[in-house]
Design a protein. Structure first.
Ligand code: DQA
Length: 143
């Protein structure tokens, strides 16, 4: 049993890019946090970061259908990628979209989130804690 942890463009630069917005922690720290949260609940984590829309879609098409759930921070793709949106709709797995920053209190172009109607839920603005909560939401047994 596994969940997917998917990151879009520029998130390989976590810890270096705009630390005042995205914090000091790296992508490796995020992967470690999700893994250490999921493992005791009985789930492996398959992670992928890409700066390329098609790579993310290939990965989701290949491993999404077998996944228990998906955590995705699509980066800027979340604001305009209808291809990613259609892919998630097609795969139809429980999915939590995470944005580290609160996109709604930033530039207007970040206010639109085109994955909204195909994901289960969204967590924005809680920093890395958002990933921990997303993992619990997907992996904890439902009451
Ligand atoms: C982000 C927010 C996006 O607007 C931005 O393009 C990112 C990071 C976040 O995690 O806050 O790359 O997804």
């Amino acid at each position: 049993r596994y969940i997917l942890l998917v990151h879009g463009p520029n998130l390989n630069r976590l810890g270096v890019r705009k630390p005042e917005v995205y914090g000091q922690r790296t992508l490796a720290d995020v992967v470690e946090l999700v893994r250490s949260t999921a493992l005791p609940l009985g789930f492996d984590v398959m992670d992928r970061q890409s700066n390329h829309e098609g790579d993310l879609i290939d990965f989701l098409q290949q491993f999404g259908p077998g996944a228990h759930g998906i955590i995705i921070n699509p980066g800027a793709f979340g604001h305009y990628s209808y291809a990613l949106r259609d892919c998630l709709e097609d795969i139809d797995r429980p999915t939590v979209e995470v944005h580290i920053s609160n996109v709604h209190r930033r530039e207007p172009f970040r206010h639109q989130l085109v994955l909204s109607d195909v994901v289960t839920g969204q967590i924005v603005g809680l920093g890395l804690e958002g990933y921990r909560l997303a993992t619990l939401a997907l992996c904890q047994p439902k009451p």
